[in-house]
Design a protein around this ligand. Structure first.
Ligand SMILES: [Zn+2]
Length: 408
């Protein structure tokens, strides 16, 4: 070891762990160096210690995520991470009540992951008054399962107990169309005829596709051709957001922000709407429109929706609206449970699980059947507070806590 590095070693390890946990297990030396500045590392010493730092980063990166998370638990204080506070913190601007939402997709059963990400919203609405919307995100005709509507309502009524209103996104298509046309009229959206492969090349090269510079009039005509059953065919035609000038358009440093799609043609039959509609909005259009229309004031979402929130914020800007307060909540990753609606649905189909209520599943239906009370989960969420940090845990450890709360 380079002389003088001893005093930095444990900090370097802690910063590498912290960085690794939030980046799928891969730490970067740069993040470690940035952290070490907090504990006195001088710029001129970076070169001298770079080998030691690299060695630590390599060691950490060779570990499993779960081992990283466990070791990090013991070294959190070294990196100035505040211990998780007890109880849900107050929300800003909440004195007149709050309007919040949960948007489940009807593609499979609700599970414990949904509780962890969304129960706090329901609790805040209960605390401050206001409205808690459940908007069933059924704008993908191909993945929407008819039986899921009823199940989602049962699950939401059980776990939240204070849903103000249930809405189906698929009943709101006229509204989304209306906003899509407004976006085109404001020169903030265009119809793109490029194949997705072709457009991916434009994204990578940060260049504009030829469709981007069509006039508003041309775009409105193309939009009509998207709506017309004798017009454009499915696939290859999408409505794109025109990433604002102030965000550098196709040169935005985040590829996810470069002229992302808003709507596409999908002629599959929809479980509720059948073949009534040809154009279906994509998530960012539907979510932004609903949040504007319903007057959302506060949003709590999983960290995986950070890019989507940025996109929705840009749509808000086009309409001159102020974006709600948002918090990205850390997820709980289980070492021994699949938390994917689709995977659960597949495994029920294949016979690995009997049905949604199978005792081995972390679905709400199963938890309910096993005698858990919503109050146990509410207490758990209140004790956890709002945390941005992902937690890796075994389901046994989690249920030890929930079981204890359930008995209380
Ligand atoms: Zn194009």
């Amino acid at each position: 070891m380079e002389k003088g590095f001893e005093k930095y070693e444990k900090y370097a390890r802690a910063y590498a762990l912290k960085n690794a946990i939030s980046h799928d297990g891969k730490a970067q030396a740069g993040a470690v160096i940035a952290g070490l500045f907090n504990v006195g590392l001088k710029k001129e010493d970076i070169g001298k210690y770079s080998k030691n730092i690299k060695k630590i980063v390599d060691e950490i990166n060779a570990m499993d995520l779960i081992d990283q998370a466990n070791e990090f638990e013991d070294s959190k204080e070294l990196v100035g991470e505040r211990p998780e506070r007890e109880g849900l913190p107050e929300l800003p601007d909440s004195s007149k009540g709050v309007i919040m939402r949960f948007r489940p997709s009807p593609s499979g059963p609700m599970h414990i992951g949904h509780i962890i990400s969304n129960l706090s919203s329901a609790l805040y609405v209960k605390k401050y008054g206001g409205k808690f919307y459940v908007i069933i995100d059924d704008t993908n005709p191909e993945t929407t399962i008819k039986s899921a509507y009823k199940n989602l309502k049962e699950d939401c009524d059980w776990i939240f107990g204070n849903v103000s209103e249930y809405l189906n996104a698929s009943d709101r298509l006229k509204l989304y169309y209306n906003y899509a046309e407004k976006l085109i009229s404001k020169n903030a959206a265009y119809v793109c005829l490029c194949t997705s492969e072709k457009f991916r090349e434009f994204v990578l090269k940060k260049t504009e596709c030829p469709c981007r510079n069509s006039s508003i009039k041309e775009n409105l005509e193309k939009w009509k051709k998207m709506l017309d059953k004798n017009g454009y065919l499915e696939g290859g035609v999408v409505l794109r957001f025109k990433t604002l000038e102030k965000y550098k358009g196709m040169a935005n440093k985040n590829p996810a922000m470069r002229d992302f799609p808003l709507a596409r043609i999908d002629i599959h039959s929809h479980p509720l709407q059948n073949k009534k509609y040809r154009i279906w909005p994509l998530m960012n259009l539907a979510v932004a429109v609903d949040d504007i229309e319903l007057g959302m004031t506060h949003i709590i979402r999983g960290k995986d929706h950070r890019d989507n929130a940025e996109r929705q914020k840009m749509i808000y800007e086009v309409f001159g609206k102020k974006y709600p307060w948002i918090f990205f909540i850390g997820r709980i990753k289980f070492t021994d449970l699949t938390l994917s609606k689709r995977a659960i649905t597949e495994k029920i189909k294949s016979g690995e699980y009997e049905n949604e209520e199978d005792e081995k599943l972390p679905t709400l239906a199963s938890l309910r059947k096993r005698g858990y009370k919503p109050e146990a989960f509410k207490k758990f969420i209140e004790q956890r507070g709002l945390s941005e940090v992902d937690k890796v845990i075994s389901s046994k450890d989690l249920f030890d806590v929930i079981d204890r709360l359930n008995k209380e």
